[in-house]
Design a protein around this ligand. Structure first.
Ligand code: NAP
Ligand code: 8YV
Length: 309
């Protein structure tokens, strides 16, 4: 059987399928990483849910394919892969519905204060203090989608079902999109009630949602981040949420996750989830299946199903 290096633990269904088809070597279990990599000079396959560095690629001269679990591949050193002729695959599309679904869940939680009002009931305050304060709704509001890609489009469709007006920003206008395009993110932020960020991470998008953009969104605006923590200037966001310069935030991803400023935990204008937008049984199974099918395709000389490079 061909050898394969697994960088970190993966979903059980992926592990089982890989064990059937490859001799699996577990990088994360090795005490001496250099010695481990030195023993993998002839290994052609890597499977990972936690990225793959250029150093690992350089230490594996026979490496031909890095199959990554997740659509975002910012933690895979794609430049080094390209230089070395290593193919990289990801898991697009199969997760778009689940991510869009959680996005709407977060938006509803935020504007209808579902999490806070659940706590209100459990704390016995309904009985003691009377009705919970009035909230706001999605109906009639404008949402600006930062990144109208595969997931962005699914979010847009769901926002329309909630009778919202949808606009978007990306680097390029999508010619046949039914939604108004903003070439400038700050201009879009001025005009919307909700800013939903769902662009890839990496150097090109780091800090895209900066003070100016959050200022434009303003005290009545809500920021939702499903993309990557690196998209937002997090310290500035926290400062603006505290001061009321930014209305509210719903966050699934964080710059240093799972770490984050505990200041966020105390804010009731914030809803937090643990990078779980794709974390359903069905979707994670589909993502894992795609990882395995890409590896098997390459192993048998067939075209990759979802290549990045
Ligand atoms: P996609 O189809 O490639 O869409 C990405 C969109 O981002 C495109 O519309 C692109 O439009 C836009 N974009 C890229 N760079 C940009 C920039 N510098 N400025 C403005 N817009 C930019 O990707 P997808 O499948 O929708 O996934 C998007 C991202 O969501 C992933 O890369 C990942 O980081 C994140 N994600 C998170 C979770 C989670 O669990 N929270 C799950 C899945 C995915 P232009 O090319 O026109 O700029
Ligand atoms: C996963 C994601 O949680 O697909 C992505 O880009 O962020 C998520 O679906 C992650 O990739 C799991 O490793």
């Amino acid at each position: 059987m061909d050898d394969l290096v697994m960088i970190g633990p993966m979903l059980a269904s992926v592990g089982e399928a890989l064990e059937k088809n490859f001799t699996v070597h577990k990088y994360w279990e090795a005490d001496d990483k250099d010695a481990f990599l030195a023993s993998q000079k002839d290994t052609r396959f890597v499977a990972t849910a936690s990225g793959c560095s250029g150093d690992i690629m350089r230490a594996m001269p026979a490496l031909k394919l890095v199959a990554s679990f997740g659509v975002g591949y910012d933690s895979v050193d794609v430049e080094t892969a390209k230089e070395r002729g290593i193919k990289v695959t990801n898991t697009p599309d199969v997760l778009s519905d689940a991510v869009a679904e959680l996005t709407l869940g977060l938006m509803l939680s935020l504007c209808r204060r579902i999490v806070a009002s659940d706590k209100y009931v459990r704390d016995g305050k309904w009985l003691a203090d009377g009705n919970y304060p009035l909230t706001s709704e999605l109906t009639g509001a404008t949402v600006g989608i930062l990144g109208l890609g595969r997931i962005g489009k699914e979010i847009a469709a769901r926002c329309q079902a909630f009778k919202m007006r949808v606009v978007y920003h990306g680097r390029t206008e999508q010619r046949f999109s039914p939604f108004p395009y903003y070439a400038d993110l700050e201009e879009m932020a001025k005009d919307v009630d909700w800013l939903v960020a769902v662009v890839p991470g990496g150097a090109g998008t780091a800090g895209l949602v900066n003070r100016k953009v959050m200022n434009a969104l303003g005290p009545k605006g809500s920021l939702v981040n499903l993309g990557r923590g690196s998209l937002i200037d997090e310290p500035v966001m926290i400062e603006m949420l505290k001061s009321g310069e930014l209305g509210a935030a719903a966050l699934d991803v964080f710059a240093e996750e799972p770490k984050m400023s505990e200041e966020l935990w105390a804010m009731d204008n914030v809803v937090l989830t643990p990078h779980s937008a794709s974390a359903t049984d069905k979707t994670r199974w589909g993502m894992g299946d795609l990882v395995v099918r890409n590896l098997l395709a390459h192993q048998s000389g067939n075209p990759l199903i979802t290549p990045v490079v």
